[in-house]
Design a protein around this ligand. Structure first.
Ligand code: FAD
Length: 412
């Protein structure tokens, strides 16, 4: 009987457990998590923090879900190290666990700002349901806010401030939000969305240090230009540090993420990895890539499990990810790898409609859509087909994209 151990009960670990049980009905499966609750919808915790959603719908699995599938779930259990020679997982205070095959699905932890007072009361990071409960409670009592981190997670803090009536300044480095993926035209639509909910974007800024009162509660953020922004609430979302400290000495190749191939296999036999913390071989891109999104993590967990249960490499990870934002009056969608292009096409259609497509070697590798998300199906199809289309930007920028208008594919 094969013994599978999965570290992490986020969407990647949980989807792996489900798939392993389907593929290997007799196996022993253990899922270990240092959180105190089974899988919940991490995407929806922001709605809870905004005050818009009660707790119940956010939970995905209760403990009965694991019992029904004869999966051992170990809550509140922190893995401290892994011995990949002896094939043993060591935990903080729940003993050791032997494995035949191991899945590392431990995701990341928000990075703290390396500035004075960055751990003061009232400064929040956002990753767990517990974080969301704390943010909601504090946001309900707060009047002024500061947000740092001009990316996809930072904007959730802006939405929380907006929904909770906090007057906030969003301090950004550079001249716009998510400057790696958006041009000035696209970003300006997002800035207007922020202003509409009461959040003011501040450019060429950031945080030099936080100020606190005598009780250690944040009172202001001071930016590198010496501008002072009062706040009793602050949200910091400047990136993730991957949870891999417990793998030190285990021989796993790591380079800003755990390196896996397209089968989610690491360089160490019988050790697989899935989810946010992987740097995987992207078969569509033809190189190593990373992705921090729910759908991608779920599929990586499934693919890892299929390959763990098979005797050989059974199925490869081939996926076009998407990440949407629904905080404003207009929808927003990022797909694929919008920052990895060597060529771009973009157009603004109205004050709330904009599109940008990223190409690499003539093929679409990602993009961002604001206002009208309907072309996503066509763009994702072209990505999967790996068609060379960069020479037909006019067709791709038509308000309504008709793939029949593209010239037939040329033989390469
Ligand atoms: C506020 C917020 C909003 C988001 N919005 C979106 C969105 O709109 N769309 C989208 O696609 N994605 C969104 N994401 C990202 C998405 O949630 C993640 O990409 C996805 O949840 C990653 O899943 P994962 O399984 O790789 O990791 P995680 O969900 O991080 O799970 C890893 C688990 O491992 C546990 N763990 C870590 N170390 C150890 C250890 N040593 N021992 C035991 N357990 C350990 C962690 O506590 C955690 O429970 C959002 C994320 C956040 C935080």
């Amino acid at each position: 009987m094969t013994q599978y151990v999965i570290i992490g009960d986020g969407i990647s670990g949980s989807s792996a457990a489900e798939t392993l049980r389907e593929k290997d009905p007799d196996a022993q499966i253990t899922v270990i998590t240092d959180e105190g609750e089974p899988l919940y919808n991490r995407i929806l915790i922001k709605e809870h923090a905004k005050g818009k959603l009660p707790e119940a719908p956010i939970s995905i699995h209760d403990e009965g879900w694991y019992e029904e599938r004869d999966i051992d779930l170990s809550l509140n259990t922190h893995v401290t190290s892994v011995d990949t020679d002896a094939k043993v997982v060591h935990t903080h205070d729940s003993g050791d666990l032997e494995y035949d095959k191991l899945l590392v699905a431990t995701g990341g932890t928000p990075t703290q700002l390396p500035v004075d007072n960055s751990d003061a009361d009232g400064i929040h990071h956002f990753w767990t349901f517990e974080d969301a409960r704390g943010i909601r409670e504090h946001a309900e009592q707060s009047d002024t806010g500061v947000i740092v981190g001009a990316g996809l997670l930072g904007i959730d803090f802006a939405a929380v401030c907006g929904a909770q009536g906090i007057e906030a300044n969003y301090l950004m480095r550079g001249d716009r939000w998510w400057r790696y993926a958006l041009s000035a035209d696209g970003a300006e639509i997002m800035h207007e969305g922020m202003r509409d909910v009461g959040v003011e974007p501040v450019f060429d800024s950031g945080v030099d240090h936080f100020e606190t009162d005598d009780d250690g509660h944040v009172t202001a953020a001071v930016d590198p230009n010496d501008e002072r922004y009062e706040c009793d609430f602050a949200g910091v979302a400047i990136g993730l540090s991957f949870n891999t400290e417990f793998l030190r000495g285990a021989g796993l190749e790591e380079e800003n993420g755990l390196i896996v191939d397209e089968f989610m296999q690491t360089n160490v036999d019988d050790v697989y990895a899935a989810g946010d913390l992987t740097r995987f071989y992207d078969v569509l891109l033809g190189e190593q890539a990373q992705n921090g999104s729910w759908g991608s993590a779920k599929e990586q967990g499934r693919i890892a499990a299929v390959n763990m249960a098979a005797d050989d490499e059974a199925e490869q990870f081939e996926w076009v990810s998407s990440y949407s934002i629904t905080h404003f009056d207009f929808p927003f969608l990022s797909f694929g790898h919008p920052t990895l292009g060597d060529d771009y096409a973009e157009r603004k259609y109205s004050d709330t409609e904009w599109r940008r497509i990223a190409f690499k070697d003539g093929k679409i590798v990602g993009g961002v859509l604001i206002g009208d998300l309907s072309p996503q199906t066509a763009f994702k199809q072209l990505m999967r087909e790996q068609r060379v289309v960069a020479d037909q930007k006019e067709v791709l920028l038509e308000p309504s994209v008709d793939l029949d208008e593209l010239a037939p594919t040329q033989e390469q």
